[in-house]
Design a protein around this ligand. Structure first.
Ligand SMILES: *Cc1c(COP(=O)(O)O)cnc(C)c1O
Length: 388
């Protein structure tokens, strides 16, 4: 009875307005009704990225938009600078290698974000400008760590380096403050199924002028992902191949919700829920740790929690799914079994958080983790303070 609690950090819960919009009849994607829809969403998505430039929309998962960012801007053998902040950053690096790029990897401990000082150091050591792109994951969904893209931009500027800045915002867009134009990001990669509160299936590239310029000489093979035919068709309100029409209806509904709430309020809501979640974790004690170790980098869209070594995080998640019908995020690759993740992003409000934390608290108790049962109360107190 009741709704499943989908508290993984993506896909997230779809608001009823979005679900209803998705249910509209599919229309001719070469007709005038579609053209008007496309124009609305192609324009309406821009402020969410903090850009006035073009945003390319693909019928694809976020991984597709990663590939698009690389193949449109780079050539075989180009060097790119990557950071081992967690699972998703590691996958992006592997893709770069698969595509024939050379990767300079800055190793990491999966508890910190991209260090701007390291960016400056690596780029300063490359006076010939051999490094063509810096690839960063804004919000590392496997660890709950948010890298400071504004500070990374400043580090690139201090090094006086011409590299492109490519940023994955798949689990931060529309949840955490992000400024494509102000931070002079060249390609911002995003997906539909996290902060945008849509089902999986759409992904995005926000593209700077510099990235468009780079695409004219970029030699990596591309066809489906090529920006040029899409941008040319978009200029008339169409796509160069069949778009995901119904997801675009959903996107329009989601943009309306975001606009009504106001992006500033959306970001503040996510921060409030992240603070309350951390208050619960600290009050639970019992050897639980917030995985993120730098408070400047706490993620507002999810919290990854390290369990004491004698417990299995997957077993705790299994109990919670079995007894309380709630899905939590699993620990991925290096932290599998050691970490579980609470997604508090997208269509999510104070009482959703309390229900979520209630399920986590009971699950921890049932698994025998020696926690203090004051965790949910600490979260309530945190929310109460912020509602005064
Ligand atoms: C979810 C996620 C991805 C993967 O996106 P897919 O849609 O599964 O391809 C990549 N990066 C980050 C940061 C993510 O959160």
């Amino acid at each position: 009875m009741g709704r499943h609690f989908l508290q993984i950090p993506g896909p997230t819960n779809c608001p009823d307005e979005v679900l209803r919009a998705l249910a509209a009849p599919t229309i001719d994607h070469r007709g005038p009704q579609f053209q008007a829809l496309a124009r609305r969403v192609l324009e309406g998505i821009k402020p969410v990225f903090g850009t006035t430039g073009p945003v390319v929309i693909y019928p694809a998962s976020g991984t597709g938009a990663w590939e698009a960012a690389l193949v449109n801007t780079l050539s075989p053998g180009d060097r790119v600078l990557c950071f081992e902040t967690g699972h998703f950053a590691s996958l992006w690096r592997e893709m770069a290698l698969d595509l024939g790029l050379r990767v300079d990897l800055v190793p990491g401990d999966w508890r910190h974000g991209v260090d701007p000082a390291q960016v400056e150091e690596r780029l300063s050591a490359d006076p010939g400008g051999e490094i063509k792109a810096v690839c960063c994951v804004h919000n590392e969904t496997s660890t709950g760590v948010t890298s400071r893209i504004g500070a990374i931009r400043q580090a690139i500027d201090r090094a006086g380096h011409p590299a492109l800045l490519l940023v994955d915002t798949i689990s931060s867009l529309a949840s955490i403050d992000y400024r494509h134009d102000e931070w002079r990001v060249d390609v911002t990669v995003a997906g539909s199924q996290k902060g945008l509160m849509l089902p999986p299936g759409l992904s995005f590239n926000a593209v700077s002028d510099k990235a468009l310029e780079a695409s004219k000489t970029a030699k990596l093979q591309r066809s489906y992902w090529d920006w040029q035919p899409l941008l040319a068709a978009n200029a008339n309100g169409f796509f160069s191949y069949t778009p995901a029409t119904n997801l675009l209806y959903g996107l329009e509904a989601s943009l309306k919700l975001l606009q009504e709430e106001g992006l500033k309020n959306v970001f503040a809501r996510h921060e409030r829920h992240a603070r309350a979640t951390r208050a619960a974790v600290r009050a639970w004690g019992g050897g639980l740790e917030i995985l993120c170790q730098d408070e400047r980098e706490y993620s507002a869209s999810l919290t990854a929690i390290l369990v004491p070594p004698e417990f299995d995080a997957d077993e705790i998640r299994r109990i919670i799914l079995d007894r309380f019908d709630m899905s939590l995020g699993a620990g991925l690759s290096k932290v599998a079994g050691k970490v579980f993740r609470i997604g508090h992003l997208g269509a999510f409000e104070d009482l959703t958080l309390i229900g979520t934390l209630g399920g986590v608290q009971m699950g921890l108790q049932l698994a025998g983790v020696p926690i203090d049962a004051g965790g949910v109360n600490a979260a309530l107190e945190s929310l109460l303070q912020e509602n005064r």
